[in-house]
Design a protein around this ligand. Structure first.
Ligand code: AMP
Ligand code: GLY
Length: 424
């Protein structure tokens, strides 16, 4: 099969690494990819927002599967675009129609989906510029801390968690009246604060049959002890020790099944991943958010633990046969430590030469933000630069290998968190 994989981060390098191992693969193209993806396929310079140019490439290269890494093309309607053209209507698209992508693209859409289909989640109400006073009155009925979410995509920055009622009211006005998050904040979801521990669960589904992938824990904040600004993710661990069989059975019966049934009941067209962000509150799973793609950096530990051939899974999904697939996971732990550019998630420098990549053993370096120079040096090209993933019989062993590699892979002003796993 010929595959076009869209994206350029650690998630996409990991997917490229996995797809390259498939017995079904003929050619793999990654658009735009990074220095790491180029060792598993051909990087191509396609814009993810220019569907017409992509269409020509897909037809010319006889692409059989388009794997969409990030959410934006899905929210922009890439699925509907390719399915509407006679030349590409049979191409398998790891994605979903534009409406279904609203499960990630609109917090209000996602919350009303959850309510409609009895998926456990925090109580909420939505407000817009015409109902600011109602929003303030609603805040007065809640207890601190207050959770405010910009409705639209805001690159992970659209959630405010505020300790005082006054801050919450002014946060609400900032979003709805002062356009703090631009159009993403034209509508705001205010919800009950959930106190618990988070984990990420991944499901592949055609909207009827589904397969559950290994779960993972993501470390979102920049600082040790989960402090400081939110980032794209500073590392991940899979499996999650507190997600035992009894809990995961509950996740499947109370969250995954109603979600998949809801997709079908609402007539959504789906052939991709559902990433379920969960809070374990006591022993109960509550949904914090849906994403319509794999997580990053969760992919860097989830996919290395998947033993099944990924393209075979995609084909089984396309045939409606996911229930016949036996999912096989590596029993070992996988841990991934993200090396980031100094200053990230605020301003940082790029084009730092990365050394030591050839000197690591027991660890896979998934490139998150890298490029090549003319002399084939690998250079940093983003905030998150390299995800160092290792396996171990225990979580501690997996982490120890990754931290050993983090001592070897170097670039100017590199930073990483040294406390992953300590909360588990
Ligand atoms: P989201 O973009 O919806 O994933 O929210 C970003 C982060 O805010 C989550 O990963 C949680 O850590 C936190 N968060 C979101 N909603 C809640 C909530 N209702 N209660 C507590 N924390 C939350
Ligand atoms: N790791 C969180 C995300 O991919 O959104």
């Amino acid at each position: 099969m010929n595959v076009l994989l869209l994206g350029s981060g650690g998630r996409e390098h990991t997917l490229a690494w996995k797809i390259a191992q498939s017995s079904k693969l003929n050619q793999l193209y990654i658009a735009p990819g990074n220095a790491g993806t180029s060792s598993h396929g051909t990087n191509v310079d396609l814009s993810l927002s220019d569907f017409d140019t992509m269409f020509t490439f897909v037809v010319d290269m006889s692409i059989d599967i388009i794997v969409v890494g990030p959410e934006q093309p899905l929210v922009d309607g890439i699925f509907d675009y390719f399915k509407s053209k006679k030349e590409t209507k049979n191409v398998i698209i790891i994605g979903m129609n534009k409406e279904a992508a609203q499960l990630e693209g609109s917090k209000d859409y996602a919350k009303s989906f959850m309510m409609r289909h009895n998926v456990p989640t925090a109580a909420y109400k939505s407000f817009d510029a015409t109902t600011v006073a109602d929003g303030e009155a609603f805040l007065e009925t809640l207890n601190a801390p207050y959770v405010l979410k910009a409705d639209g995509l805001a690159a992970g920055k659209g959630v405010l968690i505020l300790d005082s009622l006054e801050e919450a009211k002014s946060g609400l006005r900032d979003m709805l009246i002062n356009n703090k998050f631009g159009a993403a904040g034209n509508q705001v979801v205010i919800e009950e604060f959930l106190s618990g521990i988070e984990l990420s669960v991944f499901v592949l589904t055609d909207g009827e049959k589904y397969a559950v992938l290994p779960e993972a824990k993501d470390y979102k904040r920049i600082g040790e002890g989960d402090t400081g600004l939110n980032t794209g993710g500073m590392g991940s661990i899979s499996p999650v020790p507190f997600a035992d069989k009894a809990f995961m059975d509950k996740v499947i019966s109370k969250v995954v099944e109603p979600t998949v049934k809801g997709i079908k009941a609402d007539g959504l067209k789906y052939s991709g991943f559902v990433f379920i962000g969960l809070m374990k509150v006591g022993d109960e799973p509550l949904v914090i958010e849906y994403n319509v793609r794999m997580g990053d950096p969760e992919t860097e530990t989830v996919i290395p633990r998947l033993k099944n051939d990924l393209l075979e899974l995609f084909v089984a999904m396309d045939k409606g046969e996911l229930d016949k697939v036996e999912m096989e996971f590596d029993d070992r732990y996988a841990a991934s430590v993200m090396l980031v550019s100094g200053g990230y998630p605020e301003s940082y420098e790029k084009n730092k030469k990365i050394s030591g990549l050839e000197n690591i053993s027991n660890t896979i370096a998934f490139h998150a933000g890298t490029t090549h120079d003319d002399n084939a040096n690998v250079l940093s090209n983003g905030g998150r630069v390299i995800a160092l993933t290792s396996y171990g019989k225990t979580m501690e062993e997996a982490l120890a290998y990754s931290y050993k590699a983090a001592d070897i892979v170097k670039f100017d002003k590199v930073y990483y968190r040294t406390d992953l796993g300590k909360d588990l």
